[in-house]
Design a protein around this ligand. Structure first.
Ligand code: NAD
Length: 363
């Protein structure tokens, strides 16, 4: 059956890097390796200019009907003064909310050719391949009350509320264990059960889920120790599952073990459909629309192409093809091709489309 993709390039370099993904899909379709049908839509500033909204209802409908959404990046100075609820980022937030994307997947993969570019010693990061699974729709970012109160005595009090219900912990842990089965079969669950009630519940539910995945090795780790271990010996990890706040911090730390922003893909997954077992999903690079280099052919398309590889792996079970795409990326880096953001001595500088073409040629 044809698989439906919705491509939302967005703004700035989002458009340039999405062009490379379109070329890749067209090549894969022509070779018979895939059978994707593509729809496109507008999001962010581009959608605001066309429809006065950060995403139109019609494009939202396409997203709801797609097997996966491939998202570029949004934002730019041009839209700094638009009303808050229509700002470019509102399009991404609506997609996450309406598709109920509660699981954020942030891999940290260190390509051998870039091991020297890491802030850590080469032997610590060479061959690194870890996946942070962050709960995205609950926890302290959304819990109520969330307020600043004037106490009337010259003091103010600020309150954020960390709140989790067991079903939220259960479903994110299940995503982590499912994914571990497709990787190295190891899950660490990071919380602060030593000082937080939400951590106690998190750990209780994580253990319950672990009991359903006896083939996957399970370890508890305190979130602060996890941060320390990530910079001490990151290769000890495979999958780390954690809440919204700790995941925000740990995934940024883990991602930067591997170098440039232009290299980092991500995925956000929803709950499986009870009838089909398929999850709603959105795949996007971690970086933004990079207005400073937009339109100059300088953007690194690797984060975008690697995000598409995640779609092949997690939405379409095309694990071998995802491996091939990732191997093609590793190969062109080994050959010394670099966009400006990852340029190193002795390497050849290439444009966005040249980097894309080299990866496709390898495939
Ligand atoms: P950014 O990620 O766009 O850029 C930060 C720096 O990294 C810039 O110097 C940029 O040139 C560089 N960079 C980023 N991606 C690159 C790539 N693929 N290749 C080469 N260099 C790359 O972050 P910013 O400058 O803080 O934000 C710019 C705009 O993007 C803002 O409007 C911001 O709100 C928006 N933003 C959007 C998203 C998103 O769409 N998910 C995420 C972050 C920021």
């Amino acid at each position: 059956m044809t698989k439906k993709l919705l491509l939302l390039p967005g703004d700035g370099i989002g458009v340039e890097i999405m062009t490379e993904v379109e070329k890749l899909i067209s090549q894969l379709n022509k070779s018979g390796k895939t059978d994707f049908s593509i729809e496109t839509g507008l999001v962010g500033g581009a959608a605001y200019d066309a429809y006065g909204e950060a995403i139109s209802d019609a494009d939202m409908e396409k997203a709801l009907n797609a097997d996966a959404v491939i998202f570029g990046a949004v934002g730019g100075e041009k839209w700094n003064d638009v009303p808050y609820e229509k700002r470019p980022e509102a399009g991404l937030l609506r997609l996450r909310k309406d598709l109920q994307l509660f699981a954020n997947l942030r891999p940290a993969i260190c390509y051998p050719a870039l091991a020297d570019a890491s802030a850590l010693k080469k032997h610590l990061v060479e061959g690194l391949d870890i996946l942070i699974v962050r709960e995205l729709t609950g926890g302290v970012y959304f819990g109520e009350p969330k307020e600043i109160t004037d106490l009337g005595n010259g003091q103010k009090r600020a309150v954020d509320t960390q709140v989790y219900e067991s079903y939220e912990i259960d479903r994110i842990c299940r995503v982590a264990f499912d994914l571990a089965r497709t990787r190295s079969n190891l899950v660490h669950s990071a919380d602060k059960k030593n000082v937080m009630k939400s951590g106690v519940l998190w750990d209780e539910i994580a253990h319950q889920v672990a009991a359903d995945f006896k083939d996957v090795k399970f370890e508890h780790i305190l979130a602060d120790n996890c941060a320390m271990q990530l910079v001490r010996a990151p290769k000890q990890f495979d999958v780390i599952v954690t809440d919204n706040l700790f995941g925000d911090i740990l995934s940024d730390a883990a991602a930067m073990l591997t170098g440039s922003l232009g290299m980092l893909p991500s995925a956000s997954l929803g709950a499986p459909d009870p009838a089909t077992g398929k999850r709603k999903a959105l795949y996007e690079p971690v970086h933004g629309s990079a207005p400073d280099i937009a339109g100059k052919g300088m953007a690194n398309p690797i984060a975008m192409i690697a995000s598409f590889a995640m779609a092949l792996r997690y939405s379409f079970e095309m694990v071998d093809l995802a491996d091939e795409v990732e191997a093609a990326i590793a190969h062109v880096l080994d050959e010394g091709l670099r966009t400006a953001d990852i340029m190193q001595d002795g390497c050849s500088k290439v444009s966005t489309s040249e980097m894309g073409a080299a990866i496709f040629a390898r495939l």
